[in-house]
Design a protein around this ligand. Structure first.
Ligand SMILES: [Zn+2]
Length: 236
């Protein structure tokens, strides 16, 4: 990661935009003093933090150069959450349109690639090697056609998920917790198989935990020979 890519800078007219939307949403009380900057988040996310009379707003710098109405919509999203207001539907719609536009998606993917921490440990764990496992599953369930992304083990044990496919980095990361003798091979394979399905269906469920899995995805997942046993093990 280069520090040069992590510049932050103030959003031109940012304070006025937030003042205006504050009024438009009918937020109660005196508006705080808004300080609005672009921030080099690795995702299209924005944050607001209010302390006493000051509100520090950070907009993902992927919005640099976005039309005014998109900055206003981002302001509406943040303020409506904070002040429990309904954001105007047309603003939500405009924002949504902007975020799914191919140009925006490419831009965010580029930022992620440059900024996301690469958890590069390689496919060979202490106990399990993901590379031959991938090959075997690919032959058995995908006719050997699935392109192989980078495979690696997480550097730390995660609490929330067993694996993750990141399309921007084209990498499957498996939770290091699975890489031990007390976890049977069919469980590790199941998790890898699940992530391989995300490789196959990148748009329907781009990232674990963020988008729910479709019914079709769930059905296909059951093709794995030891599905029930593996689920049982992980559900404990
Ligand atoms: Zn998933």
């Amino acid at each position: 990661m280069r520090h040069g890519t992590r510049r932050k800078s103030f959003v031109p007219g940012g304070a006025q935009i937030f003042q205006r939307i504050f009024t438009r949403l009918g937020c109660q009380g005196r508006p705080p003093h808004f300080v609005v900057e672009f921030y080099p988040y690795a995702n299209l996310m924005h944050t607001i933090r209010v302390r006493e009379q000051a509100a520090r707003v950070r907009l993902c710098d992927a919005l640099r150069g976005a039309p005014l109405e998109i900055l206003e919509a981002a302001a509406a999203l943040l303020l409506s959450r904070m002040y429990r207001r309904e954001p105007p539907k047309e603003m939500l719609h405009a924002y949504r349109q902007y975020t799914v536009a191919p140009g925006t998606r490419r831009k965010v993917a580029r930022l992620r690639k440059a900024r996301a921490r690469v958890t590069h440990t390689g496919p060979q764990g202490q106990i399990y090697d993901l590379a031959p496992m991938f090959e075997r599953l690919n032959d058995e369930y995908f006719e050997g056609r699935l392109p192989q992304p980078q495979l690696c083990w997480s550097t730390r044990t995660w609490r929330a998920q067993f694996g993750c496919f990141d399309p921007a980095l084209n990498q499957i990361v498996m939770n290091r917790w699975l890489d031990r003798t007390s976890v049977p091979a069919y469980v590790v394979e199941y998790v890898l198989f699940h992530e391989m399905l995300h490789v196959k269906h990148p748009l329907r469920a781009a990232r674990c935990g963020i988008e729910a899995h479709s019914n079709a995805f769930r059905q296909e997942e059951k093709r794995y020979a030891h599905y029930a046993r593996a689920r049982k093990f992980l559900d404990r």
